[in-house]
Design a protein around this ligand. Structure first.
Ligand SMILES: Nc1ncnc2c1ncn2[C@@H]1O[C@H](COP(=O)(O)OP(=O)(O)OP(=O)(O)O)[C@@H](O)[C@H]1O
Ligand SMILES: [Mg+2]
Length: 240
C-alpha cells in the first residue's frame, strides 16, 4: 500500500502568465497533519485547490491517494472532504437538515443515530441541532461542516484557515478533534497563516513564500514544533 497520501511533485501554477506556485514539492503520509504556512498571497489556497482540481497545474504532478488530479479528479473528490475558509451551508435549513441534504447529494447513507453521534463528537451543542443555520455562529457552522466530513468517512481532510474567527475554546476543541482523527488514520492538509496554531497541531509544517517552499519543520516525537523557530523564519520572509 502507498504510504504517501498526498504528493506534490514540482508543482507549478500560473495565472495570467504570473507564476503563483513555483516547483512546489512535498508529500504527506497517512495519518499525518501537514500545515502549509505562509503570508497572504503566498499560494497556500492555490496549492489546496490544485489537490481539489479547481486549479489546474501548469506543470508538475499532484496526487491524492495515488490518483492524479489532472485525470482522476472525480475519484479524488469522492475520497476527500474540504472545509473552505467560509463554510457555506444553507441558512434556511437546520444543522441536521443540512447534513442530511449534503449526505444525500454525496449518496452516503446514514441513520439519525449516526448524525447524532457525529454532532456529539464535534461538540455542537444539542439545542442547536434543529435550529436554522442562519442562527449559527461561525464556530457552530464549522462544527456542522466537520460533522458532515466525518459522516462522509473521508480519508483525507483539506482545511483552509480552519481556526480563523474561532474563540480559544473552539480552537482547543477543534485541535483535539483533528488530533484524534489523525490518530485514527485520517490525513489532514491544512493551510494557515497562524504560526502558533500550526505549531500546536501539525506533525510537519511547510513554509511557503511567493510560491516556493522555503522551509520544512517537523515535530520531534511528542514535542511540538518550536514556535520561536517557525515564527523567526516566517517573519524573516514576511517583513513589510
Ligand atoms: N483565480 C485566480 N486568478 C488570478 N490570480 C489568482 C487567482 N487565485 C489566486 N491568485 C493569485 O495567486 C496568488 C496566491 O493566492 P492564494 O489565494 O493561493 O494565496 P494564499 O496564500 O491562500 O493567501 P491568503 O492568506 O490571503 O488566503 C495571489 O497573488 C493571488 O492574487
Ligand atoms: Mg488563502
Amino acid at each position: 500500500m502507498q504510504k504517501e497520501v498526498l504528493i506534490a511533485d514540482s508543482l507549478s501554477v500560473s495565472f495570467n502568465h504570473q507564476t503563483v506556485l513555483d516547483e512546489v514539492s512535498f508529500s504527506v503520509a497517512k495519518g499525518e497533519v501537514f500545515a502549509l504556512l505562509g503570508g497572504n498571497g503566498a499560494g497556500k489556497s492555490t496549492t489546496l485547490k490544485t489537490f481539489l482540481g479547481t486549479v489546474s497545474p501548469h506543470s508538475g504532478i499532484a496526487k491524492v491517494m495515488g490518483l492524479n488530479v489532472t485525470s482522476e479528479i472525480d475519484k479524488i473528490r469522492a475520497k476527500v472532504a474540504y472545509l473552505p475558509e467560509s463554510v457555506t451551508l444553507y441558512g434556511h435549513l437546520t444543522g441536521v437538515e443540512n447534513i442530511q441534504y449534503f449526505l444525500a447529494l454525496a449518496q452516503v447513507n446514514c441513520t439519525d443515530a449516526d448524525i447524532e453521534q457525529a454532532l456529539k463528537r464535534v461538540a455542537l451543542q444539542q439545542n442547536a441541532w434543529h435550529k436554522k443555520m442562519s442562527f449559527y455562529s461561525k464556530g457552530m457552522r464549522q462544527k456542522t461542516a466537520i460533522a458532515l466530513a466525518l459522516l462522509r468517512n473521508a480519508p483525507v481532510l483539506f482545511l483552509d484557515e480552519p481556526t480563523s474567527g474561532l474563540d480559544p475554546n473552539a480552537i482547543d476543541e477543534f485541535n483535539q478533534l483533528i488530533a484524534n482523527l489523525a490518530t485514527e488514520g485520517t490525513t489532514v492538509f491544512m493551510v494557515t497563516h497562524d504560526v502558533y496554531g500550526a505549531c500546536h497541531i501539525a506533525h510537519r509544517i511547510g513554509l511557503l513564500d511567493q510560491g516556493k517552499i522555503v522551509g520544512m519543520f517537523e515535530r520531534g516525537g511528542q514535542t511540538n514544533i518550536d514556535t520561536e523557530a517557525v515564527h523567526a523564519a516566517f517573519s524573516a520572509r514576511n517583513r513589510p
